[in-house]
Write a protein that binds this ligand. Structure first.
Ligand code: SAH
Length: 399
């Protein structure tokens, strides 16, 4: 087996079980390895520490499959890891009754570069690194087997995320198992039916990570005038309607996303369409217009796209977060709630809270945090992999 030799001192992160080995930690590779091949990870003193997948083009030069230096990385390995990840979800009482859930959350499930989301009888699989690409067939086979209990009959591969470019990998999309469904896919999220477009939607088709936070919105919404910014297909909007909001104005810059949102509302005859208003606009501009018009809301949701994919973008991203949060505070009625999120890996919770605090000060509002929010339990964060905690949110109430 090819050997990845670490520079002196670079074994420390591995002792903390962090699965990434950066370019700058690698002294050399003994032997030949193609992208995705398994390599032995050996420190400068010759100690064998782990087995990892080789990514020659990426700054993350290798991702650890196992910290057991004798682990055999083969089809059976993936069968076990996938089965364990699925079994963990099955055992989570918080997920009982859900038919939309993340089954594999990459590093935090011991499978770096693998994302698998279940939407009813369909799985959408996303592979983002050379290692999982090499083991694609094993992973697909393992998923088919492990999800028989859920009645899964097809897997769509949606390996087209930008990060594949950093690995030198081409996008791969298509049905990896089974055939395209005859009717469109949807899930039941806490009593609301939501369509999911695994082929053309964002990411794997839907933002499952906000499930619990959408439910919180429902609990807060009764009688409120709600503004849902960056609404995508209306997940938060529909839960607000389900919670008897007086009116819900939802904004997104994407026409197809809004078309999906309207279709979702139509699938839920229990919700009153007269209380819903959809606007195709840039949120930054729309909020400024609302301010001039002196419009006010009781509950504002800010769930923007990733402004800072990495720490390198943190400064510009911080300004963008500050800007929208400042505008939101100015549009909030006294006692109003702000549900504000960041899914940027490059912005930590502490920094995000500082940004929101700064926005409140600049808006001349006193406000307090009622709850800190994160993704649901199907997006676990391994203790040794804090990067897994990309989504953070605050429920804030302004005076
Ligand atoms: N809250 C959604 C997910 C939001 S994803 C949910 O629960 O499903 C972020 C959304 O922001 C995307 O739909 C994208 O189209 C939209 N978006 C990105 N930049 C925008 C902008 N400047 N103004 C309005 N919408 C924007």
């Amino acid at each position: 087996m090819p050997e990845l030799i670490l520079k002196p001192g670079k074994e420390r992160s591995l002792f903390r079980r962090h699965p990434w080995i950066f370019e700058g930690s690698v002294a050399r590779l003994n032997g030949r390895a193609r992208p995705g091949d398994t390599v032995d990870v050996i420190d400068a003193d010759g100690r064998r520490l782990a087995r990892a997948a080789w990514s020659p083009k990426s700054q993350i030069r290798a991702r650890v499959w196992s910290f057991d230096p004798d682990a055999i990385i083969d089809d059976a390995f993936f069968k076990r890891r996938v089965a364990e990840a699925v079994a963990r979800r099955q055992a989570m009482p918080q997920l009982a009754g859900q038919d939309g859930m993340r089954l594999i959350h990459g590093e935090s499930d011991g499978l770096p570069g693998v994302i698998a989301d279940r939407y009813g009888d369909t799985i959408c699989l996303q592979l983002t690194a050379a290692g999982p690409d090499k083991w694609r067939n094993a992973i697909v086979g393992a998923l088919v087997k492990a999800t028989e209990v859920f009645g899964v009959v097809r897997i769509y591969e949606r390996s087209d995320s930008d990060v594949r470019g950093l690995e030198g990998l081409e996008p791969v999309t298509g049905w990896a198992y089974g055939e395209a469904p005859e009717s469109s896919l949807s899930i039941d999220e806490n009593g609301v039916r939501l369509g999911v477009d695994v082929v053309g939607g964002h990411k794997t088709g839907f933002y499952l990570d906000q499930r619990d936070n959408r439910l919180l919105t429902r609990d807060l919404a009764a009688g409120k005038r709600v503004l849902n910014c960056f609404c995508y297909t209306g997940g938060f909007s529909l839960q607000a309607l389900a919670g008897s909001a007086a009116h819900v104005l939802s904004i997104d810059s994407s026409g197809p996303a809004l078309a999906g949102a309207r279709a979702n509302l139509a699938m839920n005859p229990q919700l009153d369409p007269a209380r819903a208003e959809w606007q195709e606009a840039d949120v930054f501009e729309a909020l400024r217009v609302f301010r001039k018009e002196e419009r006010r809301f009781d509950l504002i949701i800010l769930d923007p796209p990733k402004f800072a994919p990495s720490a390198a973008h943190a400064d510009r991203a911080a300004r963008a977060y500050k800007d929208i949060n400042l505008l939101a505070f100015r549009l909030l009625n006294p006692g109003g709630y702000l549900l504000t999120y960041s899914c940027s890996g490059g912005i930590g919770l502490e920094l995000f809270q500082k940004i929101v605090a700064g926005a409140a000060v600049d808006a001349g509002r006193d406000a307090r945090i009622l709850r800190r929010l994160s993704a649901g339990p199907d997006h676990p964060v391994a203790l040794h992999f804090p990067e897994g905690e990309y989504l953070k949110g605050l429920l804030v109430q302004a005076d």
